[in-house]
Design a protein around this ligand. Sequence first.
Ligand SMILES: CC(C)(COP(=O)(O)OP(=O)(O)OC[C@H]1O[C@@H](n2cnc3c(N)ncnc32)[C@H](O)[C@@H]1OP(=O)(O)O)[C@@H](O)C(=O)NCCC(=O)NCCS
Length: 202
Amino acid sequence: MDCFDHRHNQKTPEREITTRRATPNDAEGIALVAQSLQIGDDRPPEAGDTGFLLWAQDPATYAARIEASDHFVVAEEGSQIVGFIMAYPLRTLLSLSESMGYEDKVLTLFDQRYDPSLIYPDQIGVLPSFKRRGIGGLMDAKLQSFTPGVGYATVIGHAPIRNLASIGYFTSRGFEFVEEVQQDDWTLGLYERNITQKSDGA
Ligand SMILES: CC(C)(COP(=O)(O)OP(=O)(O)OC[C@H]1O[C@@H](n2cnc3c(N)ncnc32)[C@H](O)[C@@H]1OP(=O)(O)O)[C@@H](O)C(=O)NCCC(=O)NCCS
């Protein structure tokens, strides 16, 4: 019998978490992570403590987004995808916008406020049993290594459910709350990191 102490992670080679750019082959694993975090129309208020996704996508959609963006990061343990950040430069987001109608108001705001080089983290998720192990932080560090010094902005659900996990996560990574935006029946918080003025002066 093996005396493996899980709390102290003594025998860990097979449990090492690695992060890298996503490839289309990762889409199935990403969709499974997203599905595990999705909440339905009932929108349970307790979901704020754990975090939630409203728009988990199918593998084909994730594969298409991976093809469109070189800012899509995955975390894996062995060959299992355990987390992802789907992010894009604003210029890519604007060109994808026709298939993302639910974000119209946010897109307009972003287009007005930010330089096209801004990075927009659209979705982040970590499998429930892997949360709070620093995996979200590792993925963000990888994302930042692609384009050091660039600005970031994202929106997080404030009401009817306040996504406390997401707010806690993004603020721990240096994002700051700016203002609230109304999008359909959701109040969203706009959060920024390392933002400079839009360079074209528009
Ligand atoms: C948000 C999420 C990706 C964080 O991933 P994670 O791997 O658990 O994050 P980390 O372990 O790197 O946590 C980094 C810091 O974020 C903050 N944080 C993470 N989870 C939190 C929570 N549930 N409540 C409050 N703060 C939290 C903490 O400051 C944490 O540092 P600490 O553990 O030393 O206190 C994860 O909770 C998740 O998948 N949530 C469901 C999906 C979601 O809400 N996505 C955001 C909307 S797109």
